[in-house]
Design a protein around this ligand. Sequence first.
Ligand code: BGP
Length: 491
Amino acid sequence: MKNRSNSIFPEGFLWGGATAANQCEGAWNVDGKGMSVADCSTYKPKTDPKDYKAQHIITDEDIKKAMESEDTHLYGKRHGIDFYHRYREDLDLFAEMGFKTLRVSIAWTRIFPNGIEDEPNEKGLKYYEDMFTYMKEKNIEPLVTLAHYEMPLYLCNNYDGWYQRPVVDMFVKFCKVVFKRYKNLVKYWLTFNEIDSIFRHPFTTAGIVTDRYPEYKLEEIVYQSLHHQFIASSLATKYCHEIIPGSQVGCMVTRILTYPENCHPDNCLLALKDNRENYFYSDVQVFGEYPRFIKKGWEEKGINIKFQQGDEEILKQHTVDFVSFSYYMSLVSSIDAEKKEKVSGNLSSGVKNPYLDVTEWNWQIDPKGLHYSLIDMYDRYRKPLFIVENGLGNKDRIEEDGTIIDDYRIDYFKSHIGAIRDAIEDGVEVMGYTPWGCIDLVSMSTCQMSKRYGFIYVDLDDDENGTYDRKRKKSFYWYKKVIETNGAALD
Ligand code: BGP
């Protein structure tokens, strides 16, 4: 029997939570902010919220409509939870929970509204400076994502998003400005959120409007844009290290573990290949080169990716210090996938695992998969790991006495934090844990408010009705205790 009276989590473990500018700040056109791709995402009440594809295809016609509209009801990310104006109150609540860190992102469009300006927008810079300063006062270490599902819409319209190479320079210019401005405030940085999402939702991840291109060209366009993001990520890492000595930069990927349906060797091989594909994105950023199977695939499919002179060296020389990832679910690989029942999640779908429960949004719940992934990733990379997203999207109910008894969320976290503890016991180096949407925010995939992840409730519904008031849920007090005891209170 394991003795768990003392905490297994290392001293200095970064307990906290995660958010992103486009889903919580709101204030979409305030203080000089430019329009971003996220400001075009709509809440589509008539579409099945589980139909992720339907939520994500954005055409030029949709962009035009969005640009002509001032509406914030339909475009939920434009209002977020008004974190822009309320961040002090929210940071007070996070500090009350004992957060050691908070993951936020910087909206590129607050700093360079269209991406092409020579000079940054001072109001945008000042906003983040004030926020980081306040975090420091509260003893919360900022963990900052440079690109979390947004880019200036101008670049999408005039440079085909990340498809055109000059966007790399514009992003690097943005990075240098924020590194210089926040060098004394921010030590931990992440480059691209879930960089692997580019195939699942090219518009949100890289400003690629798929209906502009013939179908047969799309894969090449996505790979080329991804290559530009990899280069931009390496250059961001380089300049971060140069400008902020002692800083640490991580890549950020979606970990989607895939099990074989059974021990049939064909299924095992398929699962191995699916996992290898999922690892491709962190492999490039950790090992500094493309895996052979990707290049071979390009050759076979006649995909021609343009490398500029020096690109290979850039990738090789500026690899990341740690590996961060989101973990929500696992999938199953089967050679008979066509005939099997499917589940969704993180905008991808797969064969249903009969041993697992699913969330209200049909995402499979698998804490053991987190344990498995942590061991597997650490064995592969030998770099510190950071779980920067994990959580349960669920509807919450307010009781008559005003309380929110979210025991389902507590159970979810208990099992997942338990899995992290088990992995640490198995020798895995884990830097920290920042559950997603530590305060309710607008859903990335469906733009709903009702898909709630938070320890803190925000009074706002899918149609933007509500007071925006914040309220502590039962899980708030539970997580506070876990942090206070450095994980020992889990049992
Ligand atoms: C990740 C994204 C987040 C986030 C989360 C939950 O893929 O990085 O931005 O929102 O998933 O997804 P959703 O909001 O669709 O429930």
